[in-house]
Design a protein around this ligand. Structure first.
Ligand code: ZN
Length: 142
């Protein structure tokens, strides 16, 4: 089960709306504890993909900085998020082809102009061929 506090949900939704009609992306910091994952912070990234209207690519420099901070005691990178402008909160074929680390949670954000109707969470299969949907609680209080 993933816990997404309202404040982090709002930050992700605002980023997705601001970057519309391009895809917005970022990293998720948090903690895994006894089968539950608490997202403590959503960190916006520049989308450095060549076609940001149809692809996302997180800034590797941001990733490195966050991983160094995690080693210094800050929250760990536990996943990432990206938006689907005018699309559904489901993995696309591109997403299935783009699985490169099987231990990161994917949040996929449906965005329609300034409206974010749906966010869903997924875990890639270990062999990278697809995703399982995870239970997502959007209030964070469990
Ligand atoms: Zn996608």
């Amino acid at each position: 089960m993933i816990l997404l506090p309202a404040e982090q949900r709002a930050a992700i939704a605002a980023h997705a709306a601001a970057d519309y009609p391009n895809e917005a992306c970022g990293l998720l910091l948090g903690q895994k504890q006894s089968g539950r994952v608490l997202i403590s912070q959503a960190v916006a990234s520049a989308n450095i993909a060549e076609q940001p209207s149809h692809r996302f690519e997180i800034d590797p420099g941001l990733r490195l900085r966050l991983q160094k901070a995690a080693r210094a005691g800050e929250a760990a990178v536990i996943g990432h998020y990206h938006s689907h402008p005018d699309g559904a909160a489901r993995p696309s074929d591109t997403d299935r082809a783009g699985i490169f680390e099987a231990d990161l949670i994917w949040l996929i954000v449906a965005v329609n102009d300034s409206h974010v109707p749906d966010i869903a969470a997924f875990m890639p299969w270990a062999d990278g061929g697809g995703f399982d949907e995870l239970e997502l609680h959007e209030n964070g209080t469990g």
